[in-house]
Design a protein around this ligand. Structure first.
Ligand code: DC
Length: 271
């Protein structure tokens, strides 16, 4: 991988006295966007449902553009994992609050890349804690701090999640909404679990995804929905590299001109 910097930025975060440290990974630039666009810090929002491939896409995009990358789902997963560790009921803020405080004080690269964040139990719990308004509020501040305090050497940031284009960074320069049919997403997740030699049933994976989709799209605060100005990317029949190429061409055309193509697909059905 082409990581050349691994630095830290200080988050001016009220809940922890502004002392949290957040990791920031940036990448060597292997693609380009025109100079006039590169003079300002570019924010690219990548939203989409579970297992849509948006995380991998966002990371690859950041690699190609030499930008920082923030996986906002990892923040919710870290709170969920910690809540499970302390035996909290993940539906109750009073139970989850101590876990939230611990996580806000320890947002290290190790925590955010910990493989334990990816277990089915943590996925399920993350979907629950992310429906708690106070949790969202605390993590919202953190995500904005990240986007607005990029080091001088970084040209922009790619943030992936569920509400980046709608709530966290509504003024993002470019917004993608990445989706795929629920059956295709379940197939991808199932193959991933198999390749990791984890026991899995396709039917269970499909049911879990449907339940998470339902929770993510119907929650009261910041539900999963495509921003009106998002470019909708249906990856059901696309490979990861085709998806990446498509996003890079959208970014190029967006910065090179007000291409008629952008955001022509925004009216398509999102999930
Ligand atoms: O993207 P992910 O599967 O790692 O996200 C884990 C959970 O966190 C998911 O159920 C939705 C939630 N989430 C959210 O509500 N808002 C975000 N910006 C990112 C994730």
């Amino acid at each position: 991988m082409l990581i050349i910097y691994e630095g830290f930025i200080k988050g001016a975060h009220a809940a922890d006295g502004g002392n949290s440290t957040m990791s920031i990974l940036t990448f060597r630039k292997t693609d380009f966007i025109p100079d006039n666009a590169a003079q300002q810090k570019i924010v690219i929002a990548v939203d989409g449902p579970a297992a849509s491939g948006k995380g991998t896409l966002a990371k690859k995009m950041a690699e190609r553009l030499g930008y920082a990358h923030l996986d906002s789902g990892a923040l919710y997963r870290a709170v969920a994992m910690t809540a499970l560790e302390i035996g909290a009921d993940c539906n109750l803020f009073s139970d989850v609050e101590p876990a939230l405080k611990i996580v806000l004080r320890n947002l290290t690269p190790e925590l955010l890349s910990c493989p334990d964040l990816r277990t089915p139990e943590v996925s399920e719990a993350a979907s629950k804690v992310s429906a708690i308004p106070q949790v969202r509020d605390a993590l919202l501040k953190h995500q904005r701090d990240f986007a607005h305090n990029l080091p001088a050497y970084v040209g922009g940031v790619v943030i992936d999640g569920r509400d980046i284009g709608t709530v966290v960074c509504p003024d993002a320069d470019i917004k993608f909404f990445v989706t795929a049919s629920v059956e295709e997403r379940a197939r991808r997740r199932y193959l991933e679990l198999q390749s990791e030699k984890k026991e899995a049933s396709f039917v269970k994976v499909l049911e879990d995804l449907k339940a998470r989709d339902h929770r993510d799209t119907t929650r009261k605060v910041a539900p999963l929905v495509a921003a009106e100005d998002a470019y909708i990317l249906d990856t059901t029949t696309l490979s990861p590299s085709q998806t990446l190429d498509e996003t890079i061409s959208v970014i190029r055309s967006r910065f090179l001109s007000d291409s008629a193509e952008y955001p022509a697909k925004a009216s398509q059905k999102a999930v």
